[in-house]
Design a protein around this ligand. Structure first.
Ligand code: SAM
Length: 211
């Protein structure tokens, strides 16, 4: 990890985790800094690991805040698509140590089956512990996104920080009948593909056009 002092001070400065994340985003936008995956992961994990450990210590928070939604309205955009699908069986790809998006989806669709997929061992173990602590019926899998068999799912949500989104989306569309919601843009076009704007690059690192 090579996290510049300024960002280290923001994320370790005692702020509420999501507030610290958003402050880092504003600093990145203001300074036009180039980032890579390691830098991105350090800031995202500083946020998510804190939320996860807080829940492990104290239980359910007052609310689940989708802190990464800088412009607002992201959850509603997902719901407009998922509302139309019966018997939801969702793969959430890139769930992170604190799978808040999966929790929000589960709250809206209590009977939906949700499987959280992540290739990072710390994310997998923490997410599993948080899910158990919250008593939620959400499955977890430690696997690289590209290796997953997507045929059983009727909806796949791909998180913005997932690396290799283009190749992954192509595989999901070719090998399953699932509706695919990707947070970010690829050059692909397909009737089952919905691409939501995101500031993350295809390799999962922060882009510079942060609002
Ligand atoms: C931090 S999460 C962001 C999602 C957020 N927690 C949410 O609920 O919306 C992004 C995760 O994607 C995972 N990831 C990145 N590339 C991946 C890949 N190719 N396969 C599986 N997981 C991946 C990272 O390990 C990271 O934990």
């Amino acid at each position: 990890m090579n996290l510049p002092t300024k960002y280290r001070e923001i994320i370790l400065g005692g702020r509420e985790p999501g507030e610290a994340y958003q402050k880092c985003m504003k600093a990145l936008a203001a300074h036009g800094r180039r980032t890579d995956y390691g830098f991105t992961e350090a800031i995202v994990y500083a946020t998510e690991v804190r939320y996860a450990t807080e829940i492990l210590a104290k239980g359910r928070p007052k609310r689940f805040w989708n802190f990464g939604d800088l412009e607002g309205g992201a959850d509603e955009r997902h719901y407009r698509i998922l509302d139309r699908i019966e018997h939801l069986d969702i793969a959430f790809v890139g769930s992170g140590p604190y799978p808040v998006s999966a929790f929000l989806i589960k709250e809206r669709y209590p009977t939906a089956r949700i499987t959280c997929i992540d290739n990072h061992i710390a994310a997998h173990i923490l997410a599993e512990a948080v899910i158990t602590r919250l008593g939620m019926d959400v499955a977890t899998r430690l696997e690289d996104a590209i290796d997953v068999d997507y045929r059983p799912f009727n909806a796949v949500v791909v998180a913005a920080m997932v690396s290799g989104k283009r190749g992954l989306v192509e595989k999901i569309l070719e090998t399953s009948d699932a509706i695919v919601i990707v947070r970010g843009r690829t050059d692909l076009s397909h009737e089952r593909l919905i691409q939501l704007g995101s500031t993350f690059r295809d390799d999962g690192s922060f882009g510079l056009n942060i609002p």
